[in-house]
Write a protein that binds this ligand. Structure first.
Ligand code: HEM
Length: 354
C-alpha cells in the first residue's frame, strides 16, 4: 500500500535490511497475481475496526507471536487436531484474539484470487494496517511469505517471553531472533494499543512474591486503579494497556513506563538496561512522533522477515486454520496406475496358462 505519508527505510538501516533480504520476500509480490490484495485487506479492516476498534491490538500481537514461534509462517492460525496441540492452544496464548478476522479476510481473498495470498502475508498486512488505522505510521512491507504446515504448543514457551520476563530474559529472547535491544524497546512500544487480561499481571496486584503482596515498583495510584478493574482471581476482564490512549498508536507508552505504569514486569524491565532505558526516557517528552514511527517501521519490517518461508517452501493454505489436504492423485498418475494394473493382469493370465 503506497501513500504520501508512507515511511520508507532510512539509509542507515539499509545494511541490516539487505542482510535480512535473504528471506526473499519482495515489495509488490501480488502486483500481477492478485493486484487488489492489499486494498481488499485494508478496506476490510477499515470497516471491521470502525465497528470493533478493540481488534487492532489483537491483530498486531498475532504477527509478533506468529513470527517469534517458528517464523512468520502463520503457524499461529492452525487449529489443534486429534494428534497435535497447536500453538494457539498453548497456555501463554490463551488471550490471543482476532482469528475470525483473519479467516474472514482470507475468504474474501480466496474469492478474488483463489490460492494466491498466503495466511502469513495476511497476518503481516493486518498488523501493518492495524497500526495505520489507529493513527500510526503507514508503511510498505515485503510480501511473498508462504504458510508452514506445523504448529506445536510446546514450541511457545521457549520462544515467547512471559510478561514476568526480566530485561536479561527479554534481550535473550530477542537476540535469538537476531533482534537488538533497540528492537526490543521499540517493538514493546506496540503496547501503546490494545488490552490485557487481568490474569497477565494480577500477581503484581495481589501476590507479587507469593505472600499476598503488591509489586512495590508499580505506581501506587495506578495499582489502586488496576485493583478496581481486576478483582483477585479475575481472569476474564480486559484492561487498557496504555490507559486512555489504548486505541491510538502513539508514544505515550514510554511516558507510562517511565512513571512506573508499565502494565507488565516486562514493560518496566525496559528501565533496567542502559540502551532501553535511554530510549524510554528519550520519548517521555518527545515533541514529535517521527523518530518512534520510523524506528517502529524498521523493527516491524525486520521482525516480519523472521523465518519466512518463500519460493517452494511451505504452501498457500486454502483456509488459514488448517493445512491443505494432500492433493488427489493426478489423472496422469491414475492413467499410469491403470496401465500397470492392466500389464500385471496380462502377465498373471499368461502365467496361469503355462
Ligand atoms: C517484549 C516482550 C513482550 C511481552 C512479554 C509481551 C506480553 C504481552 C502480554 C502478556 C499481553 C496481554 C495478553 C492478554 O492478557 O491478553 C500482550 C498484549 C499485547 N502485545 Fe505484547 N508482549 C511483548 C512484545 C510485543 C510485541 C513485540 C508486540 C508487537 C510488535 C506486542 C503487541 C502486543 C499488543 C498489540 C497487545 C494487545 C493485545 C490485545 O489487545 O489483545 N507485544 N503482550
Amino acid at each position: 500500500m503506497t501513500s504520501s505519508n508512507t515511511i520508507s527505510l532510512r539509509a542507515r538501516d539499509f545494511g541490516r535490511y539487505s542482510r535480512l533480504s535473504e528471506a526473499h520476500t519482495v515489495y509488490g509480490f501480488y502486483n500481477t497475481s492478485c493486484p487488489h490484495a492489499e486494498h481488499i485487506i485494508r478496506d476490510e479492516l477499515t470497516s471491521i475496526l470502525a465497528k470493533s476498534p478493540d481488534l487492532a491490538g489483537p491483530l498486531l500481537r498475532l504477527h509478533f507471536v506468529d513470527c517469534f514461534v517458528g517464523g512468520c509462517e502463520a503457524s499461529i492460525l492452525l487449529n489443534s487436531t486429534a494428534n497435535n496441540t497447536a500453538e494457539k492452544d498453548a497456555a501463554a496464548n490463551v488471550g490471543l484474539r482476532g482469528f475470525d478476522v483473519i479467516d474472514g479476510i482470507k475468504a474474501k481473498l480466496e474469492e478474488a484470487c483463489p490460492g494466491i495470498v498466503s495466511c502469513a502475508d495476511i497476518i503481516a498486512l493486518a498488523a501493518r494496517d492495524s497500526v495505520f488505522l489507529t493513527n500510526g505510521p503507514d508503511y510498505n512491507i515485503t510480501l511473498g511469505r508462504r504458510d508452514g504446515n506445523t504448529s506445536s504448543a510446546s514450541d511457545v514457551i521457549n520462544n515467547i517471553p512471559l510478561p514476568t520476563a526480566t530485561i536479561d530474559d527479554l534481550k535473550t529472547f530477542f537476540a535469538k531472533k537476531n533482534l537488538t535491544a533497540k528492537d526490543l524497546v521499540v517493538l514493546s512500544g506496540a503496547h501503546t494499543i490494545g488490552k490485557s487480561h487481568c490474569s497477565s499481571f494480577s500477581d503484581r496486584l495481589y501476590n507479587f512474591t507469593g505472600k499476598g503482596d503488591m509489586d512495590p515498583t508499580l505506581d501506587a495510584n495506578y495499582t489502586t486503579v488496576l485493583k478496581s478493574q481486576c478483582k483477585p482471581k479475575d481472569i476474564g476482564t480486559l484492561v487498557e494497556m496504555d490507559p486512555n490512549s489504548s486505541s491510538t498508536f502513539d508514544f505515550s507508552y514510554y511516558a507510562q513506563v517511565s512513571r512506573g505504569r508499565g502494565l507488565f514486569v516486562s514493560d518496566e524491565a525496559l528501565l533496567n538496561d542502559t540502551v532501553t532505558k535511554a530510549y524510554v526516557e528519550g520519548h517521555v517528552n518527545a515533541t514529535n512522533k517521527e523518530e518512534f514511527f520510523n524506528d517502529f517501521v524498521t523493527s516491524m519490517v525486520t521482525m516480519g522477515k523472521i523465518g519466512a518461508l518463500t519460493h517452494h517452501s511451505g504452501e498457500i493454505r486454502k483456509v488459514c486454520s488448517a493445512v491443505n489436504p494432500p492433493p488427489p492423485p493426478s489423472s496422469a498418475a491414475t492413467r499410469i496406475d491403470v496401465f500397470y494394473c492392466f500389464i500385471s493382469g496380462l502377465f498373471l493370465l499368461m502365467f496361469s496358462f503355462f
